[in-house]
Design a protein around this ligand. Structure first.
Ligand SMILES: Cc1cc2nc3c(=O)[nH]c(=O)nc-3n(C[C@H](O)[C@H](O)[C@H](O)COP(=O)(O)OP(=O)(O)OC[C@H]3O[C@@H](n4cnc5c(N)ncnc54)[C@H](O)[C@@H]3O)c2cc1C
Length: 377
């Protein structure tokens, strides 16, 4: 039982919402979670993580499950596009108290399933295929009606419904729309190329290729492409276009990857959009977390990390304070600098890549951001 809230609703069962729900339920709060997708699926290939994300997994109690299903490797290697020779090896130090190296990745559906099990095990009341229809609040609570015909009253609501948040649109209709940054990402799942032991990248003109191991013997590939227009790509075009993007990289590893790509390689295309909502991130007793307020491009591989950290922090602050207003204010004060750092630095990395800017500045921002992420939250 906490002082600030006894009954909380979480809207959205993504990485951020599940993290908040788990930690609040463990703190003795009665938590309902509504997720619009009745299959509670997570789409996509792999997701890149690092030491700070592994620290969140430890807090959530899912580090052992991650070890069983994901991969942790040491260092980031930049390789020559024509022969895979190592250009530079950037260390990825481990986090204190975590017995894993500091680079990591896992398939998104595997991480979503681990978190979903932890959410149910924490006692969260999960309702799938459901969202809210109406939301009104007074001084003492929030009243909602839901698409399954039910209604409920809560001390607080956490909106964790992602980049195109319906909760944000309702509460903050003037909020800026997510903006396309001029790059898109293509992803695929594949067998780990022979000789690749950790995250490796190949830099070309307007195209960056990365391969990160996600489990024993398996990796995911991402190709970041500069693309001035926010275009739609038909499923039938995914394979030929991805293969064509690999043409300027005739190295042995990438030639073998290109040869092996097929319709079964879980091919996905996503235009990159970012958004940093100025604070406050709450209206009355409703707080927005995760991509709903700080959606970052993936250049630092830290979007999921900061979204899950939001969940840890709001659960802590609800226990520390006597009122929801105080808890929300304390949460926002702790989260602004860190989340803004990730969104802004990722945006700058994207700009440097698009303009062919200074690689030294790129490396410096990467290093500085990783050190900042390793700081306590
Ligand atoms: C191409 C790409 C690559 C990325 N790569 C990385 C990476 O390598 N590493 C990394 O850390 N981050 C990466 N990210 C960012 C990361 O995916 C996000 O930051 C993270 O998924 C945010 O989690 P979230 O829970 O806040 O939002 P989401 O993952 O969007 O989850 C929102 C949830 O809410 C549900 N929902 C939506 N609307 C409603 C509603 N009205 N009612 C109820 N439920 C609703 C959705 O179904 C979903 O389950 C990448 C992003 C992109 C676009």
């Amino acid at each position: 039982m906490t002082a600030a809230a006894q009954k909380v609703l979480v809207i959205g069962g993504g990485f951020s919402g599940m993290s908040a729900a788990i930690m609040m339920a463990r703190a003795g709060i009665e938590v309902d979670l509504v997720e619009i997708d009745e299959g509670w699926r997570s789409y996509g290939a792999g997701i890149s993580l690092h030491g700070a994300t592994l620290r969140v997994f430890q807090e959530l109690g899912i580090l052992e499950e991650f070890k069983a299903e994901g991969a942790a490797t040491s260092g980031l290697i930049v390789r020559m596009p024509h022969n895979d020779q190592v250009i530079v090896e950037i260390p990825t130090p481990s986090m204190p108290g975590i017995d894993l190296p500091g680079n990591a990745a896992i398939m998104r559906p595997a991480l979503a399933a681990i978190l979903a099990r932890a959410t149910r095990a924490a006692g969260v009341n999960v309702r799938l295929g459901v969202t809210f229809e109406t939301l009104t609040q007074d001084e003492d609570g929030v009243e909602l009606t839901f698409t399954d015909g039910t209604s409920g009253r809560y001390d607080a609501v956490i909106g964790a419904d992602g980049l195109f948040s319906k909760t944000r649109a309702l509460l903050l209709p003037e909020a800026p729309e997510p903006a396309y940054v001029g790059q898109a990402v293509w992803r695929a799942e594949l067998p780990t190329p022979e000789g690749l032991e950790t995250l490796s990248m190949w830099l070309g003109k307007g195209v960056k290729v990365g391969i990160n191991p996600v489990s024993p013997g398996r990796s995911y590939m991402f190709i970041t492409e500069d693309c001035p227009e926010d275009i739609w790509v038909e499923d039938a075009d995914l394979l030929p276009r991805m293969k064509a993007l690999l043409d300027p990289f005739p190295s042995p590893m990438l030639s073998a990857v290109k040869e092996g790509l097929s319709e079964d390689s879980k091919l996905i295309y996503r235009p990159l959009k970012g958004m940093l909502l100025p604070q406050p991130w709450h209206v009355g007793r409703v707080l927005l977390i995760g991509d709903a307020v700080h959606a970052t491009t993936p250049h630092l591989g830290a979007g999921a990390c900061i979204g899950m950290e939001d969940g840890l922090v709001i659960a802590e602050e609800l226990q520390r304070h006597a009122t929801v207003a105080e808890a929300f204010a304390a949460h926002e004060a702790r989260r602004w600098e860190r989340c803004a750092m990730v969104v802004n630095n990722s945006g700058r990395l994207s700009e440097i890549e698009i303009t062919g800017g200074d690689q030294g500045e790129h490396n410096e921002i990467m290093g500085r951001s990783m050190r900042a992420l390793a700081e306590p939250i």
